[in-house]
Design a binder for this molecule. Structure first.
Ligand SMILES: NC(=O)c1ccc[n+]([C@@H]2O[C@H](COP(=O)([O-])OP(=O)(O)OC[C@H]3O[C@@H](n4cnc5c(N)ncnc54)[C@H](OP(=O)(O)O)[C@@H]3O)[C@@H](O)[C@H]2O)c1
Length: 246
């Protein structure tokens, strides 16, 4: 609990998977954690309880990140509860795989709305609200480098997030706020495992020289580095946390 001295961190999409691991880790690191979720209220509440029982402090806030006014309300709620915000982790995301020739408009629109517009919504709000000396971490994906077939729309949203990461790190000059991205490789969560056969999962797990899938805690450790004292000189960078897959 030594690092953060009660600084306040919002983790979007914190109800499960990588976001839940990040929220739990930031709670251990001493942040007051805001677990954002869209639909998974019960999972978010269970996680908040777990963080509290471990000696940390956490609340849950429902907000669909694709909705700008819901995002503004979430920041209002957090400021009312804790007096300010220091860290934003943009983790909420969806992945719908489709070859470009077959992709329905809805597949394009929902990934743009949640991954890209959602990240924009929270970034814009954070630029107006984050206290000086803050940290922002955006979740990208190693698919921006792997560029596997069927990942085109998803990878495009993440490439855009990497671009905004680097631009925003410059726009926040003078406030001592760092903006970085963490780009996981295949990680054992619902988002990755859903709809894949065991053979496909085994194949993807073996692609990295470390020959396993990432676990949510592996990614949470990379985020914790960037939000913690040792990450303070890292700014405008993309950290691929992927076992060496690319
Ligand atoms: N798993 C991987 O292999 C992998 C690899 C590279 C990058 N990533 C990135 O890592 C991040 C987390 O992925 P994950 O694997 O942990 O996914 P996941 O297990 O599917 O969890 C996604 C989280 O995002 C939330 N969410 C979805 N839509 C939302 C919305 N509109 N507003 C607010 N929250 C929303 C979900 O909450 P509700 O259940 O409440 O909707 C859930 O907590 C994503 O940005 C993903 O692109 C994952």
């Amino acid at each position: 609990m030594a690092n953060a001295n009660g600084k306040v961190a919002i983790v979007t999409g914190g109800s499960r998977g990588i976001g839940a691991a990040i929220a739990e880790r930031l709670g251990i690191d001493g942040f007051t954690v805001v677990i954002n979720y869209a639909g998974g209220a019960a999972e978010a509440e269970t996680l908040a309880e777990k963080i509290s029982q471990a000696g940390g402090r956490a609340i849950t806030v429902q907000a669909d990140v694709s909705n700008a006014s819901a995002v503004a309300s979430m920041f209002n709620t957090v400021e009312s509860a804790f007096g300010g915000v220091d860290v934003l982790v943009n983790n909420a995301g969806v992945m719908q795989l489709a070859a470009i020739t077959e992709a329905e408009d809805s597949v394009f629109d929902s990934q743009i709305a949640i991954n890209l517009k959602g990240t924009f919504n929270t970034l814009r709000e954070a630029t107006r609200r984050l206290r000086n000396d803050g940290r922002i971490v955006n979740l990208s994906s190693s698919q921006t480098g792997l560029l596997h077939p069927t990942y085109g729309i998803y990878a495009a949203t993440k490439a855009a997030i990497e671009a905004m990461t680097q631009v925003l790190s410059k726009e926040l000059r003078g406030r001592n706020i760092t903006v970085n991205a963490v780009a996981p490789g295949p990680t054992a969560t619902k988002l990755f495992l859903h709809g894949k056969s065991k053979d496909v999962i085994d194949h993807l797990a073996k692609l990295a020289p470390l020959e396993r899938l990432g676990e949510p805690v592996d990614v949470a450790a990379a985020v914790a580095f960037l939000t913690g004292p040792d990450g303070g000189w890292i700014n405008g960078q993309v950290l691929r946390a992927n076992g060496g897959i690319i």
